[in-house]
Design a protein around this ligand. Structure first.
Ligand code: ZN
Length: 372
C-alpha cells in the first residue's frame, strides 16, 4: 500500500491511497458490507455510485460463512464479487458489542457466538490470520474498546492492553510479507487527552501503515470527539493515512476532514435508508462551512423522512441534481414512499442507492475543496 498526499488546506488533506486492488482518492467514505453484502445492493451498483473501497466485518464473516468457505473461494473479493480494495476490522468491536458471555484475558477474548452459542477465542494473532485469509487490503489490529463513559483507570488499562495486542498483531502480520496488504494501529483512550496521546505515541513507536482513532462516536458529545482528533493529529505521521472509525453524520465527516482525517466508515447512510430517511443537499457549495473554523453546522443538508404523509403526492425526484440511479431514472418521492408503505424491498434499494451517493458526493466535494 502506498499513500501520497497531493494537496492540503489548513489541516485538511487530499491524497491517493494505492492498494493491490486499485487506487482510492482521499478523503473517502467506506460503504459497509457487514457480512459481505452492502445490504440490498449488488456490488456493481455500489461501484457505479463511485465507491472505491468497502468495509467488511471480521467477526461476522469468521462465524458465517466461515473461513473455509472464503479460503476455497480464493479470497473475500472473489466470494462477494467486489474487485476493489477491502478494509476489514479486527472483529474486536463486535465481540465487545454483540457476543454473549465474553471474557477478556491477556491472551485474547473468549466469547460465545451471538447466533449459535458456539465458543470461540479471538486473539491478536487469530484476528490477523483471519484477515489474511480474507485477503484484506487493509487489516486492523485487535484493540480493547471501552464503553462511554469510562473512568480514567479503566480507559488507561485498555490503552495498555491495546498497545500490547498491537505489538502482537504486527509480529503476526510480519510473518507473511508475500502480499501487499497494510496494517493499521488503533488509538484508544476514551475522551482523555493524555491517554489518547500516550496511545498514539506507543503505536507510532511500533510502526504501522496507517493510524485509526477508535472508541469515538460511541455517545460522547461531538465536540469531545473533535478535541480528541485535535489532540493526536499533530503527533501522527503526515505521510500515513488517518482513519476515524465508525463516523459518522455528514457534519461529523466535514469537521473531521477539516481536522486532518482521511478515512471514514459508518452504517448511517445505509441503515437510515432502510428506515426511509433520505439525505438531501440544500447547498452543494460547501466552502462557507469548510473554510470557517466554527463548530459543526447541518444547514447544508436535510434528512427527509420519506414515509411521512406529506410526501404522499410528492411527484418529484429525491434530489433533482443527484446523479444516483434512483434520481437519474426519475423515481419519485411519492412512489418510494408507497414502496415503503407496502414493505416492498425495492424501496430499501432505491433509498440505499441515493444515500450512498450522497455520502460519496460529499467526499468528492471535500476532495475538490481541498485541492482548489
Ligand atoms: Zn439520488
Amino acid at each position: 500500500m502506498q499513500f501520497s498526499l497531493i494537496a492540503t488546506k489548513n489541516k485538511a488533506r487530499r491524497g491517493i491511497l494505492e492498494t493491490a486492488h486499485g487506487s482510492i482518492q482521499t478523503p473517502f467514505f467506506m460503504s459497509i458490507a457487514t457480512m459481505g453484502a452492502v445490504r440490498t445492493m449488488r456490488m456493481e451498483q455500489v461501484q457505479a455510485l463511485g465507491a472505491e473501497i468497502i468495509l467488511a466485518n471480521t467477526y461476522h464473516l469468521w462465524l458465517r460463512p466461515g473461513l473455509s468457505v472464503i479460503q476455497q473461494a480464493g479470497s473475500l473479493h472473489q466470494l462477494i464479487r467486489w474487485d476493489g480494495p477491502i478494509l476489514t476490522d479486527s472483529g474486536g468491536y463486535q465481540v465487545f458489542s454483540l457476543a454473549k458471555r465474553r471474557k477478556i484475558t491477556e491472551e485474547g477474548v473468549r466469547f460465545q457466538s451471538h447466533w449459535d452459542g458456539t465458543e470461540h477465542l479471538l486473539t491478536p494473532e487469530k484476528s490477523i490470520q483471519i484477515q489474511r485469509v480474507f485477503g484484506s487490503d487493509i487489516c486492523m489490529v485487535l484493540d480493547e474498546c471501552v464503553a462511554y463513559p469510562s473512568d480514567y483507570a479503566t480507559a488507561a488499562l485498555a490503552v495498555e492492553r491495546t498497545t500490547r495486542w498491537a505489538k502482537r498483531c504486527k509480529e503476526e502480520f510480519l510473518k507473511n510479507t508475500s502480499n501487499a496488504s497494510a496494517l493499521f494501529g488503533i488509538v484508544q483512550g476514551s475522551t482523555y487527552p493524555a491517554l489518547r496521546c500516550k496511545s498514539a505515541q506507543e503505536l507510532i513507536e511500533i510502526g504501522f501503515d496507517g493510524f485509526a482513532l477508535g472508541g469515538l462516536a460511541v455517545g460522547e458529545p461531538a465536540e469531545s470527539m473533535y478535541r480528541m482528533i485535535e489532540e493526536v493529529e499533530g503527533m501522527l505521521p503526515q505521510e500515513k493515512p488517518r482513519y476515524l472509525m465508525g463516523v459518522g453524520r455528514p457534519e461529523n465527516i466535514l469537521e473531521a476532514v477539516k481536522r486532518g482525517i482521511d478515512m471514514f466508515d459508518c452504517v448511517i447512510p445505509t441503515r437510515n435508508a432502510r428506515h426511509g430517511i433520505l439525505y438531501i443537499w440544500k447547498e452543494r457549495n460547501l466552502s462557507p462551512w469548510f473554510l470557517k473554523t466554527a463548530t459543526q453546522n447541518t444547514s447544508w443538508y436535510k434528512a427527509l423522512h420519506i414515509t411521512n404523509e406529506r410526501n404522499k403526492n410528492a411527484h418529484k425526484k429525491i434530489d433533482e441534481q443527484c446523479s444516483c440511479s434512483t434520481c437519474s431514472h426519475g423515481y419519485s418521492q411519492a412512489f418510494i414512499r408507497h414502496l415503503f408503505q407496502i414493505n416492498e424491498p425495492l424501496a430499501m434499494q432505491l433509498a440505499t442507492t441515493h444515500n450512498l451517493r450522497f455520502y460519496i458526493e460529499l467526499m468528492e466535494t471535500l476532495q475538490k475543496l481541498i485541492q482548489a
